[in-house]
Design a protein around this ligand. Structure first.
Ligand code: FAD
Ligand code: MG
Ligand code: MG
Ligand code: MG
Ligand code: MG
Length: 454
């Protein structure tokens, strides 16, 4: 505890024009406060550069536990870490602007903030992530909630509890009750599955206990275009998860179902079947859209300025994470990049951030040796992704995991895996404060149930 207090905040070397040896101190601008950028910041020797962090979001969000927040298993404040405290733990002073970048000029090497301020850089790291996409399906934006940011989780929470209140006020047997209490999730990836599982737990463990009169009217439907959910997992695990989720009719899985249109009452899905395809109207009270990523506007604009950037799916980088077309000064990490073969995950983004922290150390060394007119070759190694496994919570205190040990992947499922899931997330939460808060949230739920108020 004393050690914690003493290193928070830390005594920092202030920013300056030159370093101690007279060499120019370069400006390194980092965009974003997500998995990629924060991993870079936490591993970077910030005393070597004048580091400026720019992000409209003044906190880091631990996304893996976001699906647990709308039903109150985890409190939102437990999974965020303020940027202001993070930068005060760095070795050298870091400047932070709570703003978003509107323009990047790779030729003049400067960025323009939303308020018009222009800042020059020597090096720029783009870690702005991606935005959710609706694949231009009519009605999705107007009628559904995404599940990507804190604001989304709050919106979903308030929609769920509003509908539960509205339904409770209706007579038993009123058909509107069924509609209000139809919760539909689109997207069978980890986010959609974990949210549906949390919602199902909430209904089984809390609603059925406190408001059993609603029981017969509540339903959860998970819609997925592919023939299976959780495509990145091992086949046996997929089967195990599908069976557990749909057991006793808790969650209706609608696989092979392509959403074509959404209006304020129904989702129109094309169901692909062996002999024929048919359209089905799926009624909903609350709709959560948990699928699809697209490049942000800032990345599209950057891509349009460089002829080497000819992918529509994200920023193209080389093996050293340098941006094609601006290799000498711009790096890109995380979900804003597109590399075939790698999933857009926190695991990839954080490894890329950590790798770059090491690269910036080497770049600094190269520049220092050149300044001191010393000759020594410093290698810049390629980035190599190391897959460390995958985890997903599937409800009823059970999880599935692809566990990697000594380069081999082993599937694992069940209640023990759930404890593994919990402990893995506690380990991944980087701040001591967040670890304690999340552990307390889990304890509170097991003792008192979920907090269903806002
Ligand atoms: P982000 O973390 O999205 O960060 C982007 C940052 O850039 C944000 O701070 C944003 O505010 C900022 N920004 C946006 N626009 C601008 C701008 N114009 N200028 C400056 N800054 C800007 N991955 C896993 O590996 N395991 C999981 O269990 C897992 N679960 C997930 C659960 C959910 C609900 C979600 C949504 C994602 C999950 N992921 C998981 C994926 C993971 O969160 C992403 O891959 C990861 O966040 C990517 O990191 P990033 O730094 O590229 O982007
Ligand atoms: Mg980031
Ligand atoms: Mg994040
Ligand atoms: Mg993002
Ligand atoms: Mg990527």
């Amino acid at each position: 505890y004393e050690i914690y207090r003493e290193s928070n905040p830390r005594k920092q070397a202030p920013q300056s024009l030159n370093l101690a040896n007279g060499q120019k101190r370069k400006t390194l601008i980092i965009l974003g406060s997500g998995w990629g950028s924060v991993s870079l910041l936490k591993n970077l020797d910030t005393s070597l550069y004048n580091v400026i962090l720019i992000s409209p979001r003044n906190y880091f969000l631990f996304t893996p536990l976001l699906p647990s927040t709308p039903v109150g298993t985890i409190e939102l404040k437990s999974i965020i870490e303020p940027v202001r405290t993070m930068i005060k733990r760095c070795k050298g002073e870091v400047k932070y602007f709570e703003n978003s970048v509107q323009d990047i000029d790779p030729i003049s090497k400067n960025i323009t903030l939303n308020d018009g301020k222009i800042i020059d850089y020597d090096y720029l790291v783009v870690g702005v992530g991606s935005k959710p996409t609706t694949f231009n399906i009519p009605g999705v934006i107007e009628n559904s909630s995404f599940l990507k940011e804190i604001s989304d989780a709050k919106e979903i929470k308030s929609k769920i509890f509003k509908n539960i209140e509205l339904a409770s006020a209706l007579e038993n047997g009123d058909p509107l009750r069924k509609k209000l209490l139809s919760f539909v999730v689109v997207g069978g990836g980890p986010t959609g599955v974990e949210f549906a599982a949390e919602l199902s737990d909430y209904i089984q463990q809390d609603i059925n206990k406190w408001q059993p009169e609603l029981q017969n009217d509540i339903s959860i439907t998970l819609v997925e275009a592919a023939p299976n959910i959780l495509p990145s997992f091992n086949k046996e695990l997929i089967q195990y998860a599908e069976e557990l989720l749909s057991s006793k009719g808790k969650i209706q899985l609608k696989l092979n179902t392509i959403v074509k249109e959404v209006d304020s009452n129904y989702l129109k899905g094309l169901i692909k079947e062996q002999n024929s395809d048919h359209m089905e109207h799926i009624p909903y009270g609350v709709l959560v859209w948990a699928t699809g990523n697209a490049p942000r506007d800032i990345c599209q604009s950057l891509m349009s300025k460089l002829k080497q950037q000819d992918s529509r799916r994200g920023l193209l980088i080389n093996d050293k994470l340098q941006l094609l077309g601006a290799e000498d000064s711009i790096f890109a990490i995380g979900d804003c990049t597109f590399h075939p073969g790698l999933f857009p995950t926190a695991q990839v983004a954080s490894q890329e951030g950590k790798y770059l922290a090491n690269i910036f150390k080497r770049l600094h060394k190269i520049e220092r040796l050149a300044f001191e007119k010393k000759i020594r070759k410093i290698e810049i190694p390629d980035f190599k992704y190391k897959y460390k496994g995958a985890l997903a919570y599937i409800g009823q205190d059970k999880a599935i995991a692809d566990v990697v040990t000594f380069g081999k992947t082993y599937p694992s499922a069940g209640s023990l895996t759930f404890y593994f899931w919990k402990s893995a997330y506690l380990t991944m939460l980087s701040s001591f404060r967040n670890k304690i808060l999340v552990a307390l949230d889990w304890t509170k739920v097991s003792m008192f149930g979920r907090n269903s108020s806002e």
